[in-house]
Design a protein around this ligand. Structure first.
Ligand code: GDP
Length: 424
């Protein structure tokens, strides 16, 4: 057995949550290492349908310890709400199965406001933020203008620290945006209602992970979003504000020395993308509408209709390479069952040149997709559980993709339920 990261090959929403839910069976610890509550993993299991935003997907498994690492945008308000919702629905959440890094910086109440105010200022030039405060949070993290979860154990340090940040933040809120400033009383309320209840969960997760590993326990690292949203390697500036790559997992988890021997990149059998930015293979009109309907492509957090398109091999090849994926899980193959012929984007055309490599972000605006068509299988494959029982056209599609992205595809998912999986 080896440590494993489950990451997104594309723009996010590839179905990572269902893969973590499935693979958690084999692991003892599940760690979220980046991102915040701005996206959502959908998990369907015997307890029902859940949209997880911040909690690791291992939370449903008895005996699995879930960790929120220092790379996460820890939003106490959202996290508490999520914990309470799960508890109310019969899922156990306790300090035994959830551990929060004392080094996780806290997303403060004004981060959400600043997200909203900045999108409003940008008007039609907006980035399509989910307004969860993620970009203002990460900016402040790198400016060292937020507090760490562990400071809750040092109340005087915490208050002095927050007072200093409050003074600076109020200048920005009022002078730049003309917004209402925060008061110390508002912060006190936030500490008491949102932050203090998390104290029992906060600990040195680095020490915990190192000890767990020394005892032979295996760690699963769970990412949010996908390669193309990575702050450094994605479609800048339409990325998220954290690193979505597997290489970042040990750093963001709190265990920099961890080895990640397995990287499962999750890719969808077609493409979807939430928010603004270049999306070369985008479909429009009725064709898009049908695919969106078939794949139920609406945001888990926002309910926004996702942009959709055929599988983009240029982006997926890049995504798989950047993730250094050792294997790929191809999800939602069942969704393509309605198509007579299946389009695939094999290359980009940029200024008359056919390109198979993923271009520099600024060149994407000019890129046009080159499509090839595959024979559809035109039937419902959601009940299939064995590779040899898939229609020949579906097998040919998977084999073609495997070759094109140069990475084995041992998992083919044909439905959202835990058991709707074909192991090759
Ligand atoms: P994540 O953020 O990468 O976990 O992805 P999301 O949860 O946002 O999106 C995946 C969606 O597709 C969820 O609603 C899943 O329940 C669903 N899903 C995952 N795998 C499959 C599949 O193989 N077939 C179908 N039809 N739905 C799937």
């Amino acid at each position: 057995m080896a440590n494993c990261a489950i990451v997104g090959a594309n723009w996010g929403d590839e179905g990572k949550g269902r893969m973590v839910d499935l693979l958690t069976e084999e692991y003892d610890v599940v760690v979220r290492f980046q991102g915040g509550g701005n996206a959502g993993h959908t998990v369907i299991n015997e307890k029902g349908k859940f949209a997880l935003h911040l909690l690791p997907s291992g939370i449903f498994h008895k005996g699995v310890v879930n960790v929120l690492g220092n790379g996460v945008a820890l939003d106490p308000q959202n996290l508490l709400a999520e914990m309470r919702e799960l508890t109310a629905r019969g899922v156990a959440v306790s300090p035994e199965n959830l551990k929060i890094s004392d080094r996780a910086p806290l997303l403060l109440p004004w981060h959400r406001d600043l997200d909203e105010l900045e999108e409003k200022r940008l008007a039609d030039r907006k980035f399509g933020s989910t307004k969860q405060g993620i970009a203002p949070f990460y900016s402040d993290k790198y400016q060292k203008k937020t507090v760490l979860a562990g400071e809750l154990f040092y109340p005087e340090v915490l208050r002095a620290h927050l007072r200093g940040i409050l003074e600076w933040k109020n200048l920005i809120l009022s002078k730049v945006y003309g917004a209402t400033p925060y008061t110390e009383e508002m912060l006190e309320r936030w500490i008491a209602e949102a932050a203090e209840p998390l104290k029992p969960y906060i600990c040195d997760v680095g020490a915990y992970l190192a000890a767990a590993q020394a005892e032979g326990r295996q760690i699963l690292f769970e990412a949010q979003l996908g390669t193309l949203r990575d702050l450094d390697y994605g479609i800048h500036p339409f990325t998220t504000s954290s690193n979505t790559l597997a290489a970042y997992a040990p750093i963001g988890a709190g265990f920099p020395g961890a080895k990640v021997e397995r990287v499962v990149a999750v890719a969808k059998a077609y493409s979807s993308c939430v928010g603004e930015g270049p999306f070369v293979c985008e479909l429009f009109g009725e064709e898009a509408e049908k695919l969106r309907e078939a794949g139920a492509e609406y945001g888990a957090k926002t309910g926004r209709p996702r942009r959709v398109g055929p599988l983009d091999l240029v982006a997926t090849r890049y995504g798989v390479a950047m993730q250094a994926a050792t294997e790929v899980a191809l999800t939602k193959l069942d969704v393509l069952g309605y198509l007579e012929r299946i389009p695939v984007c094999t290359h980009y055309l940029i200024r008359g040149e056919k390109r198979s490599d993923f271009p520099f972000p600024a060149a994407l605006a000019e890129a046009k997709p080159c499509l090839e068509y595959f024979e559809g299988w035109r039937c419902d494959i959601s009940g299939v559980r064995r590779w040899e029982d898939l229609p020949a056209a579906a097998r040919a599609y998977v084999e073609y993709v495997e070759k094109a992205i140069d990475c084995p595809i041992p998992y083919v998912s044909v439905g959202p339920e835990r058991e709707s999986i074909i192991l090759r």
